[in-house]
Design a protein around this ligand. Structure first.
Ligand code: ADP
Ligand code: ZN
Ligand code: ZN
Length: 679
């Protein structure tokens, strides 16, 4: 790819390559996107050659020409338009296609983006309910259902976002779960569409939130495309083309969609902006939220960051007046915020982690015909397998971690490198048969609950058994029916679902998160517990949240009763004192290699190359929090600076030294700016 030309170059002759032919007369990238990609390469100190492909579709990356749309589509025939609602019966996909086409013709690519297969289209044509037609790439939309009457807080936010159209601004939409943030998005998007512009919405996870998707589809009769990792290459190519050519009005995507080319971007929304799913942890290590904000600036459009639990970064920016904050203080519908209650479990006898009091409350909730969510942030049956006689534990041979015990299917899994092993019958060290699980996992609590509440369905929700969109939609369907169920799950359960019949949420072990080595640990705990609590009592019946802890006096646990933001000043001042983000700027040079010493030596050399300067500090080199993973030793050099500009200067200089330092080809190094992985 040719970015620029020059008459002379300082690069050695043998490193220069000859451009033999000009393939395209125009750039593959709209200019603001090219500017964004170049910015990302600079900001994250990552080679531009590895950043540019992120702005291309999978086909384009392999050298296929850019797709042009405006091609084949389908429209309803007279007969098709005359069908009764829900028809044709017994063919739900065809019925769905009919209802999509009621708003007007759609191209095959748009249909694919809606998940409608060619076979379904063909079937409808054969029944003469639809006929092939040409669809031109004009963006055409209307409202499918009427917007809700916004309350005054929602109206203020909608006004502020809409009047900011055409220029850059960042809006932090801070609203408790269920306060109507999505409604603010929908109405702001409608305004964006009336201006003939496109809206890009980034979500942490699409597969896990089928409800969000269907809310967009039922509000807008408009070309909506989705972009996520579960899509096939061809499907992605088409969605990509629809976005680039402007025929897609609304683009819903996960983090990598922040780089999708758009014809006329008018509004960028990042839902659950605090979610770490927006952080890419390999290759170009970036935060899609931060890239989105830069994109808003380059494309001159408003950016909305929505969350019930904003990140300290965004909160800090709002406090300093860089972002405009809009608060939605109460639940929009009929729901009221749940009551929280701590259960001090120190000294109590627990069954699969649950106190008697908790079991009793689960029982009465189910008996009353309501639903319960039990939250435990570790999947598997037990954190490790141990020998009762000699103390042997199921250490992973390749990582500094223990392999987790799983029962369904049974075996040992390393959650860090993916290694699996059979369950030993005897201790490999002493031959004893007394092997016991240590540390609680979701499968264990599930087994207990199944036995204790055998007349109610117990559903486990974690990444072992909720793989993909199907599993999650089925769960959602079932839970929405409203019969009493008991869900037990990991943080997967805490993500944006709207389950109106859940009235009791229980947190089995709040302490697991309380003493984490990660500097973001306390922030995450607060976010997680607030999000989990937000799942309770979203409609008529008030909700309750029970939190089990051995540290009821801990300031952060005490804080849980108060609104989320009341804990933020304290957390911000702790960070600031320690020189940590959001005020301090942080980058890490990370190494992994086959032996520990190699990485340490390499990083020490980098460190020595720099002069002492009071405006920055280098910590390390030190082993990473998990010093060995997949049989590679991980070491790091942390750079903390007073400001961004300073950080960038020093990292640029470290990268230059690293590039010219000789090291074995087995050693890999990379830069992590604004790191999220624990240090
Ligand atoms: P959030 O995105 O903040 O979690 P939602 O937008 O999902 O909140 O809204 C929560 C519930 O409140 C939904 O059932 C929604 O339909 C309802 N709701 C939102 N805004 C209003 C409103 N202005 N009037 C009545 N109900 C509303
Ligand atoms: Zn033993
Ligand atoms: Zn491992």
């Amino acid at each position: 790819m040719l970015l620029a030309t020059a008459e002379e170059s300082e690069v050695a002759d043998d490193k220069l390559r000859v451009a033999s032919e000009v393939l395209d007369t125009t750039s593959m990238y709209p200019p603001p996107l090219l500017a964004l990609l170049s910015w990302a390469a600079g900001y994250y100190h990552h080679p531009i050659g590895e950043v540019l492909p992120l702005g291309l579709s999978p086909g384009e990356r392999r050298g296929k020409p850019q797709r042009q749309l405006g091609e084949a589509g389908v429209a309803l025939t007279e007969r098709g338009r005359g069908l009764a609602p829900g028809a044709p019966h017994r063919a739900p996909q065809q019925a769905r296609l009919v209802s999509l086409l009621e708003a007007g013709p759609l191209s095959l690519s748009e249909l694919a983006a809606h998940g409608i297969s060619r076979t379904v289209v063909k079937a409808l044509i054969e029944r003469e309910l639809a006929s092939p037609c040409e669809v031109h790439a004009e963006q055409d939309w209307r409202l499918r259902s009427a917007p809700l009457e916004p309350n005054s807080a929602q109206q203020n936010a909608i006004n502020a976002i809409s009047t900011a159209a055409g220029g850059f601004s960042v809006h932090l939409l801070y609203g408790v779960t269920g306060s109507g943030k999505t409604e603010v998005y929908l109405q702001s998007i409608a305004f964006c569409l009336t201006r003939g512009e496109q809206a890009l919405i980034l979500l942490p996870e699409i597969a896990l939130t089928p409800q969000t998707l269907s809310r967009f589809e039922s509000r807008f009769a408009a070309p909506v495309v989705t972009l996520h990792s579960g899509m096939g290459g061809a499907e992605r190519d088409r969605a990509w083309a629809a976005a680039r050519q402007g025929s897609a009005a609304i683009i819903l995507g996960t983090r990598s969609a922040v780089f999708v080319p758009l014809k006329k971007l008018g509004l960028l929304i990042i839902d659950e902006e605090h979610d770490t799913a927006f952080v890419q942890q390999d290759g170009l290590r970036y935060s899609a939220r931060d890239v989105a904000i830069k994109r808003g600036q380059l494309e001159q459009c408003p950016v909305v960051l929505g969350s019930a639990t904003p990140s300290l970064e965004s909160w800090h920016n709002a406090e300093r007046g860089r972002y405009r904050r809009h608060t939605l203080p109460c639940r929009a519908g009929s729901g009221v915020l749940p009551r929280q209650q701590l259960i001090d479990v120190s000294g109590l006898e627990l069954s699969a982690g649950l106190s008697r009091e908790l079991v009793r409350r689960i029982d009465s909730t189910l008996q009353a015909g309501h639903q319960v969510m039990v939250f435990l942030n570790r999947r598997g049956f037990a954190a490790a397998l141990m020998c009762h006689d000699c103390g042997w534990s199921s250490d992973c041979p390749d990582c500094d971690a223990r392999m987790t015990l799983h029962k369904t299917p049974s075996g040992l899994h390393c959650h860090h490198c993916g290694r699996r092993a059979e369950l030993p019958r005897q201790c490999p060290d002493c031959g004893s048969g007394r092997l016991v699980g240590a540390g609680l996992g979701t499968q264990q609590t599930e087994a207990f609950l199944q036995e204790r509440f055998s007349t109610f369905p117990v559903i486990r929700v974690d990444s072992d058994n909720m793989t993909g969109r199907e599993a999650m939609s089925q769960l959602v369907q079932r839970v929405l029916q409203g019969d009493p169920v008991l869900m037990i799950g990991t943080q997967m359960l805490s993500k944006g679902h709207h389950f109106p019949h859940v009235t009791l949420v229980a947190v089995v072990d709040a302490d697991a998160l309380l003493f984490s080595p990660d500097f973001r640990g306390e922030e995450r705990l607060l976010q997680l517990l607030t999000q989990v609590s937000g799942r309770a009592g979203r409609e008529a019946t008030p909700g309750e949240v029970l939190i089990q802890t051995r540290h009821p006096q801990h300031p952060l646990i005490q804080q849980l009763e108060a609104p989320y933001d009341s804990a933020l000043p304290l957390l911000l001042s702790q960070r600031s004192k320690a020189g940590l983000p959001p005020e301090g700027a942080l980058a890490v040079i990370r190494c992994d290699s086959e032996n520990r010493q190699e990485g340490m030596t390499f990083l020490s050399e980098l460190k020595r190359s720099q002069i002492v300067d009071p405006d920055y500090q280098m910590i390390g080199p030190i082993p990473a929090a998990m010093a060995r993973r997949k049989n590679r030793y991980r070491t790091q050099l942390v750079v903390a600076a007073r400001g961004r500009a300073k950080l960038s200067t020093i990292v640029t200089s470290l990268v230059a030294v690293a590039e010219s330092t000789r090291h074995s080809h087995r050693l890999k190094w990379f830069v992590d700016v604004d790191p999220y992985e624990s240090l």
